[in-house]
Design a protein around this ligand. Structure first.
Ligand SMILES: [Zn+2]
Ligand SMILES: [Zn+2]
Length: 186
């Protein structure tokens, strides 16, 4: 078990650039989740969709261990800023939301990454992570596979995939043109 953890930790560390605390948490969390889902490590789990709730270190480990990615549409970034991820089997509907117990404790642990790795090796998953059975509502535009809907924005004429546009006065408008933009043309 330790050897498998170390091998996954190394893979996640390579992907992230270093083995930090978040990588230790994310690796262990993703391994535990795959085990609960009855899915195998180092295999393509085509039915798996993962929702990560934070855009920090932990999520890189979840990506590296599960092989899910944004490009494959199997990794969804929810941006909640929380140390949590949900693992969803598209064909069975089974989903588990897992949260990191340490992160949600108000006490601060003073330990090095090495000490943390040792502690994670010797602590049962049930004590490290809190697991909830959840139901997932996923729009068909969010599914992996062929795009269901493609339109052109009536203002900028750029192509908008996957139903991400809005309908304003019966016209298709992209998010940028509908004043939701993160940028401003100068
Ligand atoms: Zn990091
Ligand atoms: Zn537009």
């Amino acid at each position: 078990m330790d050897k498998v953890f170390e091998e996954q930790l190394e893979k996640a560390g390579k992907f992230h650039g270093e083995i930090c605390g978040g990588i230790v948490i994310g690796t262990k969390l993703a391994m535990y989740a795959l085990e609960k889902m009855g899915m195998e490590l180092n295999k393509k789990n085509k039915d798996l969709i993962v929702f990560v709730e934070i855009d920090r270190c932990m999520s890189d480990a979840v990506q590296a261990v599960t092989g899910c990615s944004m490009g494959k549409r199997s990794l969804k970034q929810m941006g909640y800023g929380k140390f949590a991820a949900t693992f969803y089997n598209m064909s069975t509907g089974v989903a588990f939301r897992m949260t990191d117990v340490d992160a949600n404790s108000k006490e601060n642990r003073d330990e090095t990454t090495e000490e943390m790795i040792e502690r994670f090796k010797n602590t049962p998953n049930e004590e490290l992570f809190y697991v909830q059975r959840v139901e997932i509502k996923l729009d068909e535009n969010e599914l992996p596979g062929k795009p269901k809907e493609t339109v052109f924005c009536s203002i900028c004429n750029e192509k908008v995939m996957d139903g991400k546009h809005k309908l304003i006065g019966g016209k298709t408008v992209c998010k940028s043109c509908s004043e939701e933009s993160y940028y401003r043309i100068i």
